[in-house]
Design a protein around this ligand. Structure first.
Ligand SMILES: Cc1cc2nc3c(=O)[nH]c(=O)nc-3n(C[C@H](O)[C@H](O)[C@H](O)COP(=O)(O)O)c2cc1C
Length: 186
């Protein structure tokens, strides 16, 4: 059954990314055509599953910039979900340092005005770094909807508290519900 909405799901290298297959299946069940992008580290963690994930989505899993002249294999996004979003990916995204394809794509999506949702997965030690709160504030100002992490808390609206739950405790369903709210089925 063809889907009418396209979701670009972009995952970085925090453990919940190991559960991305179930999240893709859930999004497809909600009627999304899903394209999966991974940071190079996340793609390495999932290396045994990449073919299965490509088969499940029907699109190549993207983790690197394509070569000049190579065709774009994905349809344009109706929504972009960055989950799980690491400390590194969130800071790079906020600072505009596009040295992974995922960050470059998420950065462009801000400029294109595509609805953007991100679900951080960052522990309290990293969240206490002075740049982190600034990065979240920058992303919010740019229109990114930042969801609470697995503990359900974004303290003072900026720094998430520790999230130590494994992949199964990651609130993928809440992330997909936020995507649904951002782009309801037509
Ligand atoms: C087992 C393991 C779990 C990790 N979990 C997290 C995490 O939950 N959040 C985070 O920000 N970084 C985590 N890291 C560190 C990131 O993988 C590392 O900073 C990496 O450079 C992130 O790259 P990326 O943002 O391009 O995926 C973890 C690393 C390992 C080895």
């Amino acid at each position: 059954m063809p889907s009418d909405r396209v979701l670009h799901l972009l995952g970085s290298a925090a453990e919940p990314v190991l559960g991305v297959r179930a999240a893709v299946a859930h999004a497809r069940a909600l009627g999304w055509d899903v394209c999966l992008g991974l940071t190079p580290t996340a793609a390495d963690w999932l290396r045994e599953e990449l073919d299965t994930l490509a088969e499940l989505t029907g699109y190549p899993v993207k983790s690197r910039f394509r070569r000049p002249g190579d065709p774009e294999p994905w349809p344009a996004a109706d929504a972009v979900l960055v989950a799980p979003a690491t400390f590194n990916t969130l800071n790079s995204w906020a600072l505009g340092i596009t040295d992974t394809w995922v960050v470059g794509h998420a950065a462009e999506a801000i400029g294109k005005g595509v609805p953007l949702i991100a679900l951080p997965r960052v522990n309290s030690a990293l969240a206490a770094h002075p740049q982190f709160g600034r990065s979240l504030a920058t992303l919010r100002e740019a229109g990114v909807e930042l969801l609470p992490n697995a503990d359900g808390i974004l303290a003072d609206g900026l720094a998430p508290l520790p999230s130590v739950a494994g992949p199964s405790g990651f609130p993928w369903a809440k992330a997909l519900a936020a995507v649904e709210r951002a782009v309801p089925r037509g």
